[in-house]
Design a protein around this ligand. Structure first.
Ligand code: FAD
Ligand code: NAP
Length: 498
């Protein structure tokens, strides 16, 4: 499979290989010019990483052709299936991705799962370079007893459910309890808490002004919800929360809900925040004010009449999900009380030996997402949950790159993902220019199409997606929503006549 060009520069030298020196041999220059003409590149995954990588490659190389393969029949990854349904402005990036997909040198092939329908070696054979941008599709398990009980659910599945992710569409969480506990204090935890606590009439108002694409099924269950209190539990303290200020402010201002913060958790913090970086300082000041200062008259009135509440529990590490007396579902969480050791980023929570039980009827674990290995031929660091790489070049596999969450782990917003995807694109183009990618023409999609067809896989093109998009928008019109998402892949394929 290796081309002459590969052998010349040696597999083992990757990715530390330097570009070939000026004045290389004529045969090398010949390879360089052929492969530079129309590089066929494929990207796996159509979330922000996939689309931003494609955008960079198309913009910076006037001949490059990019095929994007996506396992779902629909594009955009977590922008569609993760970003909260009451944050429509965040989804505007879809317009940029759509422009990229409309480029004559870009194609989208949905309904193709790499690793199942086509292998990475097959893609590498068909393309000059392959970029893995398939995100982080699993949730991190807490690995504590009771985690499998009914009434326990990952935040990832809960988010997938309200956002219409096909595999979670039938989740139907039981919201008949009074108290929910969310384990973790990141932005996903805040998203979930906000969706759980937003009053039904506020959701209706969002509907009326076309500001939410939450699924019909989720809206129905949330309307009937009896959850009144949501605790967000962190193993460390207020200075270590993982959520950000904008999302906290939104929580503080949430209609019909009041915050519960224990001023004792904030003792001595005023002095410590002087030394922390500005964004963390502003976030902690907001927490501190909310916990310790008297609210203004408007806020005081709002909180006094609130029927729902959310609270932050600090210095508590989950040890066990407690079963109900009949053992059939979750009834609480046992938490180890912790104290902090170490300074700065290295601050760790260590148990003091004390335990505390927090009763609840619903446990949502929100301690992060996790990438999966995609193909046995691709190196994978299962401890860190990433593909080992140097600036996006997959270690020891020439011509293979990665970007986004599978490259750097499941943290960072869309803008961070954009920057790192541009960097991967840049590395790929540098290697192309340096003659480090296979020489000679590559068949690209033509070869993959033949394989897929022989395996009975019917890819969904971008224009197919636009038909589904139009159908979703039409279905939403009757209800005042920007769209009513299709949640069943079989129905999507039927609508396309596949
Ligand atoms: P993804 O967006 O997950 O895209 C990966 C794509 O690869 C998916 O479409 C997936 O279906 C596809 N795929 C997976 N496996 C395969 C396979 N084998 N074959 C083919 N395709 C495959 N950031 C913000 O800036 N603002 C927000 O409001 C915000 N909200 C968020 C809410 C949640 C719940 C989460 C989890 C994250 C949020 N983020 C937000 C962060 C943002 O979503 C990420 O930074 C970004 O989506 C990561 O991009 P990615 O392309 O690496 O992964
Ligand atoms: P995250 O920001 O990494 O937060 C994970 C949380 O889980 C942290 O509080 C962490 O605490 C805790 N945790 C991890 N392991 C734990 C364990 N074993 N026991 C107890 N607690 C544990 O992850 P996320 O919330 O899933 O968010 C992922 C990324 O998406 C983030 O970058 C986030 O900003 C982004 N996002 C952005 C938005 C937005 O912009 N509105 C919305 C959603 C998500 P420790 O710090 O102690 O490890």
């Amino acid at each position: 499979m290796a081309s002459r060009c590969w052998r010349w520069w040696g597999w083992s030298a990757w990715p530390r290989t330097r570009p070939p020196p000026a004045g290389s041999t004529p045969s090398f220059r010949h390879h360089l010019s052929t492969q530079e003409k129309t590089p066929q590149i494929c990207v796996v995954g159509s979330g922000p990483a996939g689309f931003y990588t494609a955008q960079h490659l198309l913009k910076q190389h006037p001949q490059a052709h990019v095929d994007i393969y996506e396992k779902q029949p629909v594009p955009f990854g977590l922008v569609r299936f993760g970003v909260a349904p009451d944050h429509p402005e965040v989804k505007n990036v879809i317009n940029t991705f759509t422009q990229t997909a409309h480029s004559g040198r870009c194609a989208f092939w949905g309904n193709v799962e790499v690793g199942r329908d086509v292998t990475v070696p097959e893609l590498r054979e068909a393309y000059h370079a392959v970029v893995l941008s398939y995100g982080a599709e699993d949730h991190r398990a807490l690995e504590i007893p009771g985690e499998e009980l009914p009434g326990v659910c990952s935040a990832r599945a809960f988010v997938g459910w309200y956002n219409g992710l096909p595999e979670n569409r039938e989740l139907e969480p039981d919201l008949s309890c009074d108290t929910a506990v969310i384990l973790g204090q990141g932005n996903v935890a805040l998203d979930v808490a906000r969706i759980l606590l937003t009053p039904p009439e506020h959701l209706e108002a969002l509907l009326l002004c076309q500001r939410t694409d939450i699924t019909k099924a989720a809206l129905g269950v949330l309307r009937q919800s009896r959850v009144k209190t949501v605790w967000l539990v962190g193993r460390r303290g207020p200075l270590q929360v993982a959520f950000t200020i904008k999302e906290l402010r939104e929580m503080i201002q949430l209609p019909g809900a009041r915050p519960i913060l224990d001023p004792a958790d904030f003792l001595g913090l005023q002095d410590k925040i002087k030394e922390v970086p500005r964004p963390r300082k502003r976030l902690t000041e907001l927490l501190l004010r909310t916990a310790t200062e008297k609210p203004g008259p408007e806020e005081a009135a709002r909180w006094a009449s609130a029927s729902r509440a959310w609270g932050l529990r600090f210095f508590r590490s989950p040890q066990q999900v407690l079963p109900s007396p009949d053992g059939r579902r979750a009834a609480g969480v046992r938490l180890a009380v912790t104290r902090l050791e170490g300074v700065g980023e290295a601050t760790r929570a260590v148990p003091t030996g004390d335990m505390e039980d927090l009763p609840c009827g619903l446990v949502l674990s929100s301690v992060g997402y996790k990438s999966r290995p995609v193909d046995p031929s691709v190196p994978f660091d299962s401890k860190l949950g990433v593909i080992p790489n140097v600036e996006g070049r997959v270690m020891d596999v020439p011509g293979l790159y990665c970007s986004g969450w599978v490259k750097r782990g499941p943290t960072g917003v869309i803008a961070t993902t954009m920057t790192d995807s541009f960097l991967t694109g840049q590395m790929l183009l540098q290697d192309l220019k340096a003659g480090l990618l296979p020489s000679g023409p590559r068949p690209g999609y033509a070869a993959i199409q033949a394989l897929l067809s022989s395996r009975g896989v019917r890819p969904v093109s971008f224009s197919d997606w636009e038909k589904l998009d139009a159908e979703e928008v039409a279905r939403g019109q009757g209800t005042g929503k920007p769209r009513e998402k299709l949640v069943d892949p079989q129905e999507m394929l039927r609508l396309l006549g596949h």
